[in-house]
Write a protein that binds this ligand. Sequence first.
Ligand code: ZN
Ligand code: ZN
Length: 331
Amino acid sequence: MSLLSRYGRSACSRSRKLRGPSTLLRLAFLSTASPDPLGAPSPARLGGPPPIRVGLTESAGRGVFATRRIGSGELIHTAEPVVSHPSLRSLHAVCYSCLRKLNSAGSPAHAVSFCSDDCRARSQAFYEVETRVDWSSHDAYCRTQGLKYPLLVKRLACMVMSGATSSNCLDILQPAYLSPEMISEMEEGFRLLKCAFTDAHVKDEQIAFLTKQWYTTLLARIRINAFRVEVVGGSFEDLLSMAAASVEAEAAVGNAVYMLPSFYNHDCDPNTHIIWLEDAVARLKALRDIEPGEELRICYIDASLDWDARQNILSQGFGFRCDCPRCLSGD
Ligand SMILES: [Zn+2]
Ligand SMILES: [Zn+2]
């Protein structure tokens, strides 16, 4: 298993390209504000736009900045995933749509379940297409190779085919650099995905978007922008205990890609963190007081690692050398 697949979190290339200020401004408010179950005082609870903007940093391309003072513990905004998928290990233990842990584990071995009628209805975006296709070879490949991101591509492909999203919906996100070796490693996944559709007699025009180029560039974006979703179960005590530490791997229920959270840059001593309470809805919370204009940063990796380990993972997994204040101090 590569470092990248273990630590995939969010984009932070030092050479990000921008799409123009109007797009950035619009993206800043794509995320929805919703009530904070922990009760932290927050204007976001009133339903206004989140107190942030996406702009340019001096050295790290895009970044997220506070538009007013944000208090420690405040819920800054929430974000629905663009695409999510349970980990194969959690497949029968969580909702196939929102990744919420299921109360009963009584479903048949090969069935997936939904936590609610709402999730069942929302799953129409991919499930109707998905159930027309035999995925056994594709999913067996993911399972034996320990791959999780091809499952996100598969779900997105089904969403595109059902008309729920467009084939270029993640194009604004920075892709990972792919070596020729990495591209050739992806060929089998592409072949199996495409074969699954053609074997199910899906019409050519319906999968016209599904080219090798589409597959590899999408996977390149997912690789550095996907978050590992680690639910804490909604308990305030759980949340406190995880505030400054890494989360146990057992808490990981799946993977998801978000739009706005992907614009947060990395810091080994971050002022913001991303958490999940019960499902795949991401919550961005302030870890300390943040001043107006200050950049909000999250930690892509386990912050308790030492300097060497952090630099190693960030450079191999995310393609940059970290020069945050903590790293510069040698900590
Ligand atoms: Zn659900
Ligand atoms: Zn650092």
